[in-house]
Structure formats: C-alpha cells, structure tokens
Design a protein around this ligand. Structure first.
Ligand code: ADP
Length: 258
C-alpha cells in the first residue's frame, strides 16, 4: 500500500497547503483526488513522490518509509506523470521514455533487451510509437502528456501518481488513457493516485475518490456517493445534478457556477 498520514505542508508560516491530509491506495485500486484550484492536490502529489518534504506526517510504500529509500528504489516503486514535466534539453521521444529504465537501474546503465522491450511496449500502450524520433520539446501539449505517460509505464512501478495527466488530451486519447490506467490496476495490479478535474472520468474509472479543499479532505469514498450536488456546490462552487443512464452508470451534469 502507498499511504500518507496526517501530512502538513506550509509554504508560508501558518498558511497550510496541506493541513492534516491522509490518503492511501492499494495495489489494484484507482484513487481519484479532486478539488478546486489551490486545494493542495499538486502538493500532495509531490509529497507522495518524495519531491517535497512535509513538516509533519509520513509517507510509506509497502510499509517502508519513503524517506528511507534511495532514488532508484523509489523509481522502481512509484512512477509519476506531473505537470510541466519532462527534460528541458532536446531529447527524442524514445530517449525520454528510455530515461525511465535508467531511473530504475540508477542512472547511466547500459540498457539491455528487456529494457528496450519495455520501452517499446510502453510507447505502444501510450500511442506514441509514431512520434519515436521526434524531438520531445517540439511536441504539442497533448502529445507530450502521452510521452510522459509512456515514460511512467516504462518504469513498471507498482504505484503511479498522476497530476492532471489528461488535461491537454483530445477526447479519444483521454478515454484511451483512462482505459489504460484502469487496466493497469485491474489486470496489472497497479495502485494509482490520479488527480483530475473530469468528474465523468472520476465516476467511470475511480474505485474511490478524495475531495480536497483548503488543504483538508472534505469528502472521501465511492465516486457516486461523494460527487453529489451538495459537495459539488460547497467544494467546487457549481450547481450540478447527478444523472443515471440506462445502464445505471452515474454522470454529473454541471449546470452553472454558484
Ligand atoms: P492544487 O494542485 O490543488 O491547485 P497546490 O498544491 O498547487 O494546489 O497549491 C496549494 C496552495 O499552496 C495554493 O494556495 C498555492 O498557491 C500554494 N503553493 C503551491 N506551491 C507553492 C509554492 N512553491 N510557494 C508558495 N505557495 C505555493
């Protein structure tokens, strides 16, 4: 299990971006994190990855404190797709994805046939094979997000932390991405923490969701029980109705800002 207990982060004295947040995800689970801008979601993602330290609380991966793991050990256990990420230099797409395998080994190791096969599989899964020789920094935002997904898949970690990975994706790739994430959890046993704004995807593909606001968890549970009109009004500032289609699946229809 990837779990965090009572995390506190303050960027300024007394102003908490996270104020006692706990979250856990088990292998095989897709856990959504939702909430308005400034709720603390990206801060939570960075703390879960050990990219930022918390002033209180602890992150554990399969019972081990994250702080006690080396960078290569972390890379083998947790992969990420974060915002504004990716190399600043001119790497090809294939090189960017291959970096994930080097991270697993602990940098500058020669990649073997297993690594190259994993890179190929990940690129196929994220639909970026056709971009393999293109320069990463010349891609569109959506193409770049797919490459970063391929990189995370190539890392073959048990846990994934995703910060709005579908923000720039077109509809086809957004739903294909969601299917891939769900399959990783259902068939591959991955545990996924997925920060997202898309209520329909949360209802469709998350096993559980947490709603953050003001650095605190204001609701948590099954998506169709959490993403109800009262919570959407109070935490997201929108009027919405919950609708069930003929198959019984729940959808949220947002009508207007409050
Ligand atoms: P979210 O991802 O939910 O939009 P963030 O975790 O990015 O929220 O931010 C939570 C709060 O912390 C916001 O009020 C934001 O302005 C503040 N914050 C985030 N990063 C920094 C930073 N590097 N320095 C100062 N304040 C920050």
């Amino acid at each position: 299990m990837l779990s965090a207990r009572d995390l506190r982060v303050a960027y300024a004295p007394g102003v908490f971006a996270l104020d006692g947040v706990s979250i856990d995800v088990s292998p095989g689970e897709v856990v959504g994190v939702l909430g308005p801008n400034g709720a603390g979601k990206s801060t939570l993602a960075r703390v879960l990855l050990g990219l930022q330290s918390a002033s209180a609380g602890e992150v554990r991966i399969d019972e081990q404190p994250l702080s006690g793991l080396t960078i290569a050990e972390r890379a083998r256990r947790v992969a990420a797709v974060l915002q504004d990420q990716g190399p600043r230099f001119s790497f090809s797409v294939k090189e960017v994805v291959a970096l994930a395998r080097e991270a697993r080994h602990g940098a500058f190791t020669r990649l073997g046939p297993d690594d190259l096969a994993a890179v190929d599989r990940a690129m196929r899964a994220a639909d970026v094979l056709a971009l393999a020789d293109r320069a990463f920094d010349a891609l569109s935002g959506g193409e770049r997000q797919r490459v970063l997904l391929a990189r995370a898949l190539a890392q073959a970690a048990r846990y994934l932390v995703l910060d709005e990975p579908t923000a720039f994706l077109d509809l086809h790739h957004r739903y294909a991405f969601a299917d891939r994430i769900r399959a990783l959890a259902d068939a591959g046993g991955a545990g996924v923490v997925w920060i997202l704004h898309d209520l329909d995807l949360a209802l469709r593909d998350c096993h559980r969701v947490y709603v953050l606001a003001g650095g605190r968890t204001v609701a948590a549970g099954a998506p169709a029980e959490v993403l109800v009109p009262e919570t959407l009004r109070a935490s997201f500032g929108v009027e919405a109705v919950l609708h069930r289609d003929a198959s019984g699946r729940a959808h949220v229809l947002v009508q207007r800002p409050v």
